[in-house]
Design a protein around this ligand. Structure first.
Ligand SMILES: C[S@@+](CC[C@H](N)C(=O)[O-])C[C@H]1O[C@@H](n2cnc3c(N)ncnc32)[C@H](O)[C@@H]1O
Length: 288
């Protein structure tokens, strides 16, 4: 190994290791190297370009080498650094739940766009909130909306509450619940949103990339991946206000089935939105 002292040398070393790995996407080698080093020196990415000749301390060097090793085993960068940006907000992440994906911002955008003309503050429920990504992104845009978020995983609830505190969005009520079980029977919301587990257990994507490290409880659902979506559509009807809206994230090949389920359960004006890659990934409907 050539000498490793400066930011520039560590970046080149990490990038080369990642490019040589069979395990990793080569297109991300430079991005991953920069994200890891930025976390190690605890400075923004721009610092790395501004100060390439800065030396790392012995402690930082050791940490960076351990991060490179973990990444070479395929561990997601976000789990290594413990952070991920979503909706331009910094979220803490942990292996108890999904790492927020940029495509989920499409769901946030759809809710905000469809309700841009609302004259009242809306009540919103986020089912399976994980890090709190969707609920907290909505709260950052609409601080007066009454937003609740739940997850059945205790650790995820703790994590989402930490994110709420960190982002100074503690008005969002975050609690433990198996879907609607802890939601008051007579409680109605204007908007219900969810990015639930929707991957079939035999889907080969589960053995690839970041998905290998994320918990099955956040990813996999029975019935070709549709059982949680079906349950949410069914029970949402008891918790939506008149003309209430239900938004669901789903797989790119599931939109027709999700549209059909919404229609079967009485939802109207059903629309599907595409993600940043142009795939149909978010479907919503109104309960009139
Ligand atoms: C695909 S992840 C989505 C996380 C987050 N909403 C996001 O978009 O990044 C699904 C989440 O649903 C939660 N979940 C799974 N089954 C659940 C259930 N029965 N009740 C409540 N939450 C559940 C998981 O713990 C996980 O956090």
């Amino acid at each position: 190994m050539s000498e490793l002292n400066t930011i520039e040398q560590f970046l080149a070393h990490a990038k080369n290791c990642f490019l040589r790995s069979e395990n990793l996407d080569k297109d991300d080698a430079k991005i991953d190297a920069r994200a890891l080093l930025s976390a190690v020196v605890d400075k923004p990415l721009s610092y790395l370009s501004t100060w390439p000749e800065k030396h790392l301390s012995a402690e930082q060097s050791e940490l960076m080498l351990s991060f490179i090793e973990r990444r070479l085993k395929g561990e997601p960068v976000a789990y290594i650094t413990g952070k991920r940006e979503f909706w331009s907000l910094e979220f803490f992440v942990a292996p108890c739940t999904l790492i927020p994906r940029a495509d989920t911002e499409t769901l946030v955008e759809a809710v905000l766009d469809n309700n841009a003309d609302a004259t009242n503050d809306l009540s919103v429920l986020d089912l399976g909130t994980g890090t709190g990504a969707i609920a907290l992104a909505l709260a950052s845009e609409q601080p007066h909306w009454q937003i609740e978020a739940l997850d059945f995983n205790d650790e995820a609830v703790l994590l989402a509450n930490n994110n709420a505190k960190h982002l100074q969005l503690s008005q969002v009520k975050i609690y433990q619940s198996d879907w609607f079980s802890a939601v008051a029977k007579d409680k109605r919301f204007d908007v219900i949103v969810s990015n639930p587990p929707y991957i079939d257990e035999n889907d080969t994507h589960l053995t690839e990339g970041d998905l290998r490290f994320e918990p099955k409880s956040a990813l996999v659902a029975n019935g070709n991946g549709l059982s949680d979506i079906k349950h949410i559509i069914d029970i949402s009807r008891q918790h939506l206000a008149v003309n209430g809206q239900l938004y669901l994230e789903h797989g790119f090949e599931q939109h027709l089935q999700v549209q059909q389920l919404l229609s079967d359960y009485g939802f109207k004006q059903i629309q599907t939105f595409t993600d940043f890659g142009g795939n149909p990934r978010i479907t919503m409907g109104y309960l009139t």
